[in-house]
Design a protein around this ligand. Structure first.
Ligand code: SF4
Length: 299
């Protein structure tokens, strides 16, 4: 069912294909320049890539093997399903172009894979790569997804992102100008950002030529720099009620044609320190939709 209050990803993706599609996450063995020393060796303070990978996804296995396992996992329930290869873990454009081409083409060569989704940093996309993706986009579905996280340069510095917001703006524009579907990812509740600051940023994020936006709550994951800070000096993290109020107001400040893919992230409970909401994604969505109805009326 279409959502009345925002353009939801599920409805949008059904319009893109004449069949049901499912993303399969792949860990293609990439590193990240913010972890390997090229930009920094500490990484973003909240980053723990263990939270990226579902159980069927192992970086020592080939891309094709991971996709076959993913297909087996999802195909049991829906035998006619087609798939998008989701290059998700770490920075999935951080390799020479010839290697990237080989990896993306390997994924696209797997039966029933009908497109690719590439998660990356905005400072890791060359013009040559974007030109290649634009060519690829003529024959298959291509979506590039940038980690933006915040529109505030002070925050980006505070969380050790290693790039500023202008870098995000340029990367999004370059992809969009080549006709590529472009997604962005942001986090609400980053250190130093309260609800007022997030709502200040919403129109800025919305002004980027993005097609899709994913929003996550700040999560404190065991073993990260942020977890150390939290343990040394605990700070407030959103309750689910506060977060829902923020999301409702945030949605009200976004363009209506922006596709919203998600609002929460679910890290494995054994890795998550806070916030522990204990809600499944669909439970969160139900509460959110009720709140949207309450605030914006029964459209
Ligand atoms: S850019 Fe991504 S993979 Fe790299 S340190 Fe930050 S969150 Fe982790």
């Amino acid at each position: 069912m279409d959502n009345k209050y925002y353009k939801d990803f599920g409805s949008w993706i059904r319009e893109q294909f004449p069949y049901r599609v499912q993303k399969i996450s792949i860990d293609a063995g990439f590193s990240c320049p913010n972890r390997d020393g090229r930009i920094s060796s500490g990484g973003c303070i909240y980053c723990d890539n263990r939270t990226f990978n579902p159980s069927y996804c192992h970086r020592h296995e080939s891309i094709s093997m991971q996709l076959e396992k993913g297909k087996e996992f999802f195909g049991r329930k829906y035998p006619d399903m087609k798939y998008l290869a989701y290059f998700q873990a770490y920075t999935n454009t951080y390799a020479p172009l010839s290697d990237l081409k080989r990896m993306y083409e390997e994924a696209l060569g797997v039966e029933d894979v009908v497109g690719i989704v590439i998660g990356t940093r905005p400072d890791c996309v060359s013009d040559e790569l974007l030109d290649y993706l634009a060519e690829l986009n003529k024959r298959t579905f291509v979506l590039i997804e940038y980690g933006i996280e915040s529109a505030n340069d002070e925050t980006l510095l505070r969380i050790n992102r290693g790039h500023n917001f202008e870098c995000c703006r340029l990367a999004v524009e370059k992809a969009h100008n080549r006709g590529l579907l472009t997604g962005g990812h942001i986090i609400l509740g980053l250190p130093g950002e309260d609800a007022e600051e997030s709502l200040r940023q919403a129109p800025i994020i919305s002004s980027l030529p993005l097609d899709i936006l994913k929003i996550h709550q700040m999560q404190i994951i065991r073993g990260t720099k942020l977890a150390q800070e939290y343990e040394a000096h605990p700070f407030h993290v959103y309750t689910v009620e506060e977060y829902i109020d923020l999301i409702v107001a945030y949605i009200g400040k976004l363009r209506k044609d922006l596709v919203l893919e998600r609002f929460v992230s679910q890290s494995p409970p054994e890795l998550l320190i806070a916030p522990k909401w204990g809600l499944k994604n669909y439970e969160f969505t139900n509460i959110l939709n009720n709140k949207l109805k309450e605030v914006y009326g029964d459209k």
